[in-house]
Design a protein around this ligand. Structure first.
Ligand SMILES: [Zn+2]
Length: 233
């Protein structure tokens, strides 16, 4: 009898140990899955505005074209996002536009090509990168626009505008709705970032430097990462 009871107790003990092992095993494997999951499932389309014969705005001091700085900043944002395994699709990766061989009617062909890239990528978010220009040379600062009638895009724009205001001393504090084709051509949420004014000589001197472009790119990266709830900045 004693021997039977002892065996039964040992069996119960083993069952408890195995059961606990199974429960903790599932718990920790799920934890690992949860923490490994987020960034790998997100996709962002980065759209470097202009390209080719469409230079965008131009700096008065150095003659630099917006298209080249847009691309440089986009590539820096891509590098940062890839550190978190966020998938990135660029609408262009060279200085060329997307309009093909003919100059005639290039702008609409260029924009339609960007729309096709967004549709193919089926991203979680579209971020278009531009530089601003104004008749007054005193206007300055990064300005974020959001897709019309998209509350989630507005939330991201507010977050990113705050980051610019907080971390780039010359920035504006209010974001605005932006009725831009690149934002309205898709149902996906999106923002357009005017990273600064090339019509302002002081800001032009900042925008041409690798260091300042990196600072701008980092704010865009932080905004996107916050949007995906990966890290709150
Ligand atoms: Zn532009």
């Amino acid at each position: 009898m004693f021997c039977v009871i002892k065996k039964s107790t040992i069996a119960k003990f083993l069952c408890i140990v195995l059961g606990l092992g199974l429960v903790f095993g599932i718990y920790f494997s799920n934890k690992a899955l949860v923490s490994a999951k987020p960034s790998q499932t997100f996709c962002v389309v980065l759209d470097a505005g202009h390209g080719g014969i469409d230079g965008g705005s131009q700096g008065k001091v150095t003659g630099v074209f917006e298209r080249d700085i847009n691309l440089s900043i986009s590539k820096k944002v891509e590098s940062l996002l890839k550190t978190l395994n966020i998938e990135v699709v660029q609408t262009r990766t060279t200085e060329d536009g997307l309009y093909g061989a003919f100059a005639s009617g290039f702008k609409m062909r260029d924009m339609k090509a960007r729309k096709a890239i967004i549709e193919e990528a089926n991203p979680d978010l579209v971020v278009s990168i531009h530089l601003n220009s104004f008749t007054s040379s005193t206007s300055k600062g990064a300005q974020v626009y959001y897709k019309p009638n998209s509350e989630i895009s507005k939330e991201l724009a507010e977050k990113m505008q705050n980051l610019f205001a907080k971390n780039l001393e010359n920035s504006r504090t209010e974001c605005f709705e932006g009725d831009f084709y690149i934002l309205t051509c898709t149902k996906k949420p999106g923002i357009l970032v005017e990273c600064g004014f090339l019509s302002n000589p002081e800001e032009e001197q900042l925008l041409i430097t690798d260091d300042y472009q990196q600072k701008v790119a980092y704010q865009i990266f932080c905004g996107i990462v916050s949007y995906f709830d990966l890290v709150d900045f």
